[in-house]
Design a protein around this ligand. Structure first.
Ligand code: NAD
Length: 476
C-alpha cells in the first residue's frame, strides 16, 4: 500500500496508535505523568545502513533494532523482513512487545528489529549474507546477547534466519557457554525448543477458545458457547495464520475463508487447511482450490459473514474505510496492530469483541522464553524428570490395582504412565499462560467496568511495569 493510501486509512502513525491506547488505559491510574512518559517512550533506537554485495552490485541495506524498555532484561522481540519496514513501525512493535511480556508474565523488556528487504525476491544466499551482516552490526553496538537483547522470528523470517544469527554471534563470541540463548525460534537441532514454530498460532487458538467458553461474552455477541461449528476467516497463511488455522480446523472450527496476497478463497461448508496448503505448494497460489470460490480482491475476504475473524498478516488491514462492513462477531488480533484506532471505535460501537494483539499473539514470546530458559540451563525440558515420573506413575498404578483389586486396561495404562516430553511441557505451559492471561484481562475489564479488552490489557501491563519501576527506583 502506498504511503498516500496508508494516510487515507489511518490518521495516526503506528506509534501514535499505541500511545493513544496507552493514554486511554492510563486514565484509570493515578500515577506521575513523568513515569508514564518514560514507560511510553522507546529507550534505544538503532538505525543502521550497511553495504552488501548482491551479484556485482553493492546495495545499501536499511535496518533497525529498537529496545523499547529496559525495565526487565534482556529485551526481547522478533525481526521482520519486509519492504515496509520503517522506524515508526519497529518502534511500535517494540512497544507492543513490552506490554505483551508484562501480560503473559515473561520477564523481558520489549524490542523489535527489521530489515527493509523483500525476502521473496532474494536468493537464500543473499538473505543469509544480509542476516549475518545485520547480526554483526548488532554485536558491534551491544544490541544482542543472552542478557542484553534476544531476537526471534517475525514477519518474513523463520528458523533459518535465527540459525544464522546464532552462528554469527557464536563465531564472534567463541567459548560463550550461553551463546545459544542470544536468539530464539531456532530449529530444534540448533538449540530450539519443541513447539516454538506453532506457538503463536496455538496461543491464538487457546485465547479464542477461552473467550468462546464464556457464556456472558458469547451471549453479548449472540453466539453459543464453544468453538465447534464457529465460522472462521483467516487472513495470512504464514507461520501464525497457518498454525492458528490448523488448530481451529482440528478442534471443530469451520474455516470458511482464507486470504493471501494473491486473493482469497471461500467455501461456506469449510476449507480443509492442510489440503489448501498442499494446493498452495503444488500451484504456488491458494486460488482455484477445488470446491471453493475465488475472491480476487483479498481485502474483501475480511468483510464476509463469519463468527470469528483472524487477521494474521500485517498491520492496519481493518481501517475506517472497511470497518463498517466487517460482519464478524469476534476479531482475534493474531497480527500486530491489524486494526487502526478509528476502526477500533467503529467496531466497538458495532458490538464486536476484539481480542487484542498485546495478549492474543503472545504465545510466541512465551515459548521463546521457554527456549531461552532451556538454552541457559543447557538441558532439554523434561529430560531429568520424564523417566522418574513414569516410574512413580507405574508404582501408583500398582497400588491402585492392588487396593481396588481391579486391573487397569493397557490402553488406560499407556495414558497414565507416560512422563511429560518437552513438547508436552511447552504446550501445557503455553496453554496455562494464555488461559490465565485472558482471565487477568477479562477480570480487570469487568471489575473496573472498562469498555473493551484492549484498554484492560494495556492497563494490566502498565500497572505491572509501573510496579517494576517503583520497586527499582530511578537511577540518578
Ligand atoms: P509470515 O511471514 O510467516 O506470514 C505472513 C503471511 O501473510 C504470508 O503468508 C504472506 O504471504 C501473507 N500476506 C502478506 N500480505 C498479505 C495480504 N495483503 N493479504 C493476505 N495475506 C498477506 O509472518 P508471521 O510470522 O506469520 O507474522 C504474521 C503477523 O503476526 C505479523 O503481524 C507479526 O508481527 C505477527 N506475529 C508473529 C509472531 C511469530 O511468532 N511469528 C509472533 C507475534 C506476532
Amino acid at each position: 500500500m502506498s504511503k498516500k493510501n496508508q494516510n487515507k486509512i489511518n490518521s495516526y502513525s503506528f506509534f501514535n496508535c499505541i500511545e493513544k491506547n496507552f493514554d486511554k488505559a492510563s486514565r484509570y491510574l493515578s500515577i506521575e505523568q513523568g513515569l508514564l512518559n518514560q514507560i511510553k517512550s522507546c529507550n534505544s533506537v538503532y538505525r543502521i545502513h550497511f553495504p552488501v554485495k548482491i551479484g556485482k552490485n553493492i546495495e545499501v541495506i536499511e535496518a533497525y533494532r529498537v529496545q523499547h524498555s529496559h525495565h526487565k532484561l534482556p529485551c526481547k522481540g522478533g525481526i521482520r523482513y519486509s519492504t515496509k519496514v520503517n522506524q515508526d513501525e519497529i518502534m511500535t512493535l517494540s512497544a507492543l512487545m513490552t506490554y505483551k511480556c508484562a501480560i503473559v508474565d515473561v520477564p523481558f523488556g520489549g524490542a523489535k528489529g527489521g530489515i527493509k528487504i523483500d525476502p521473496q525476491k532474494m536468493s537464500e544466499e543473499n538473505i543469509e549474507t544480509i542476516t549475518r551482516r545485520y547480526t554483526l552490526e548488532l554485536i558491534k553496538k551491544n544490541f544482542i546477547g543472552p542478557g542484553i537483547d534476544v531476537p526471534a522470528p517475525d514477519y518474513g523470517t523463520g528458523e533459518k534466519e535465527m540459525s544464522w544469527i546464532f552462528d554469527t554471534f557464536s563465531s564472534i563470541r567463541p567459548g560463550d557457554i550461553d551463546a545459544l540463548a542470544c536468539v530464539t525460534g531456532k530449529p530444534v537441532s540448533q538449540g530450539g525448543v519443541r513447539g516454538r514454530k506453532e506457538a503463536t498460532g496455538l496461543g491464538v487458538f487457546y485465547g479464542i477458545r477461552e473467550l468462546c467458553q464464556m457464556k456472558e461474552d458469547m451471549a453479548y455477541v449472540g453466539l453459543n458457547t464453544g468453538l465447534i461449528g464457529k465460522k472462521i476467516i483467516i487472513q495470512g497463511l504464514g507461520n501464525v495464520g497457518y498454525h492458528a488455522a490448523s488448530f481451529f480446523h482440528q478442534y471443530g472450527g469451520i474455516i470458511v475463508a482464507l486470504a493471501e496476497r494473491e486473493g482469497a478463497i471461500y467455501n461456506k461448508k469449510g476449507l480443509d487447511v492442510h489440503e489448501v496448503i498442499l494446493h498452495l505448494k503444488n500451484t504456488g497460489s491458494i486460488l482455484n482450490f477445488p470446491g471453493s470460490k475465488n475472491i480476487k480482491n483479498t481485502e474483501n475476504a475480511l468483510e464476509l459473514e463469519c463468527d470469528i475473524l483472524i487477521p494474521a498478516a500485517l498491520e492496519n488491514v481493518i481501517h475506517k474505510r472497511n470497518a463498517h462492513r466487517i460482519q464478524a462477531k469476534i476479531i482475534g488480533e493474531a497480527a500486530n496492530g491489524p486494526i487502526t484506532p478509528e476502526a477500533d471505535e467503529i467496531l466497538e460501537k458495532k458490538g464486536i469483541i476484539i481480542v487484542p494483539d498485546i495478549y492474543l499473539n503472545a504465545g510466541g514470546v512465551t515459548v521463546s522464553y521457554f527456549e531461552w530458559l532451556k538454552n541457559l540451563s543447557h538441558v532439554r525440558h523434561g529430560r531429568m524428570e520424564k523417566r522418574f515420573s513414569e516410574n512413580m506413575n507405574a508404582e501408583l498404578l500398582q497400588v491402585i490395582e492392588t487396593t481396588c483389586n481391579k486391573k487397569i486396561s493397557n490402553e488406560e495404562k499407556k495414558i497414565i504412565l507416560r512422563g511429560a516430553r518437552e513438547i508436552d511441557l511447552v504446550r501445557s505451559g503455553l496453554e496455562d499462560t494464555m488461559i490465565s492471561g485472558f482471565h487477568k484481562i477479562r477480570d480487570l475489564k469487568k471489575s473496573l467496568k472498562i469498555d473493551n479488552l484492549r484498554t484492560a490489557a494495556f492497563l494490566f501491563a502498565i500497572n505491572k511495569i509501573v510496579d517494576s519501576y517503583e520497586k527499582l527506583g530511578i537511577f540518578p
